[in-house]
Design a protein around this ligand. Structure first.
Ligand code: SAH
Length: 363
């Protein structure tokens, strides 16, 4: 296994910002009750407070809590509920893209998507990103900071409230690299699946990573039945080095080895994302090389999600036509690799992820 780059903290040693005051939304029901009890209130007040927070309510709206208690909470804790700064609604399929403001003025994007099997929210886990993928808008200005578990959870609570609809699934595919904010990501996964809370089943959650190999190993040990989604985007190290600098630290062989380990430990099929970029990775020879590499490297079931690049003007890359994506997909299937082309939701509001934030911080 490749050595962990020294710029990444080890699992359990994330630098992240817990605020000095207790972070209310980052608490489980049991922790909320204990906190409230410490303030001298009855445990049922903790239950009430917890219920309100999961619904994305402000202190002002928690009308069955005594005013003096709410004032005390306000003074003695932090409530990290994001605020909707901007909202774009697709007229085509009801997809909603949100720009969410955090309490310190940072902002991220979140997306609400409707599928036949239920509603899914795509959340961000960092303000910006330091992974440097060449085609991605989220990384253009680097990373400002990690989000806390409560700020990741808060995106879903706020969207549930705004839409009035149940959210049944989550994808960690917004801004940021979940495994570069490991502790908060794992904490978030526990919080979001709490039976008394949002109660979103871990089997309905995907965590997407650019391939921080040692962290994939850590995640495999957590015993969480989520889907691991790995952004591969190339089957050749020279090409992947160029598209995704993380590959220089953790090249493809080490990444596939980690994916195999993940399957062996969890029994969960790994899913690969492969964004098709014209002239970079989209030829049929690329499809053949991808099929060979996966067959050699992975001995368990896996799936390839083909994505047509969303063009980001700063990067200079463009997407191939839909026909090419179909040929690429058919080729993989012929070679026995399960593959689909990801349906594009909200094409009429199609700022690719990271662009709303970029426009906001540059305006
Ligand atoms: N950092 C994580 C998750 C965030 S990005 C990761 O790298 O997986 C979610 C997915 O969108 C990743 O597969 C990413 O490579 C892809 N992506 C980023 N920019 C894109 C773009 N302009 N067009 C298409 N896919 C893109």
């Amino acid at each position: 296994m490749a050595q962990m780059d020294s710029t990444f903290a080890k699992c359990g040693e994330s630098e992240v910002s817990v605020t000095e005051k207790p972070d209310l939304l980052g608490m489980t029901l049991a922790e909320t009750k204990a906190f409230v009890k410490n303030l001298g209130e009855a445990a049922f007040r903790g239950q009430q407070l917890y219920g309100w927070m999961q619904k994305g309510a402000s202190f002002d709206e928690m009308t069955n809590l005594p005013l003096a208690f709410r004032k005390r909470l306000e003074a003695e804790s932090t409530y990290r509920l994001p605020r909707i700064l901007q909202k774009q609604v697709s007229k085509m399929d009801g997809t909603i893209k949100y720009l969410m403001g955090m309490i310190d003025g940072e902002c991220v994007e979140s997306v609400f998507m409707r599928y036949a099997h239920g509603n899914t929210v795509c959340v961000s886990c960092q303000a910006g990103c330091r992974m440097g993928c060449a085609f991605c808008a989220s990384t253009l200005r680097g990373r400002s900071r990690d989000l806390t578990a409560s700020e990741i959870l808060g995106q879903i609570a706020v969207i549930g409230r705004d839409t009035g609809e149940r959210v049944g699934g989550v994808v960690m595919m917004g801004i940021g690299e979940p495994l570069d904010n490991y502790d908060n990501t794992v904490r978030f996964l526990h919080l979001v699946s709490e039976k008394d809370g949002l109660n979103i089943g871990l089997r309905h959650i995907s965590v997407s990573t650019c391939g921080l190999v040692p962290r994939i190993h850590c995640l495999a040990e957590e015993g969480l039945p989520i889907t691991l989604s790995v952004s591969l985007h190339a089957s050749d190290d020279a090409v992947r080095d160029r598209l995704m600098p993380v590959n220089k630290t953790y090249p493809i062989d080490s990444l596939l080895e980690a994916c195999q380990y993940y399957f062996d430990k969890t029994g969960r099929r790994v899913s690969f994302e492969y964004t098709l970029i014209a002239g970079e990775n989209d030829s049929l020879a690329d499809a053949a090389a991808l099929a060979n590499r996966l067959r050699r490297g992975i001995h368990s079931p896996c799936h390839v999600n083909l994505i047509l690049l969303n063009s980001v003007k700063e990067t200079g890359f463009s997407a191939p036509g839909r026909e090419r994506a179909k040929e690429f997909c058919a080729y993989l299937e012929k070679r026995g690799i399960s593959a689909t082309i990801r349906r594009k939701l909200g094409s009429d509001i199609d700022a690719s992820c990271g662009q709303l934030r970029l426009n906001h911080i540059e305006s």
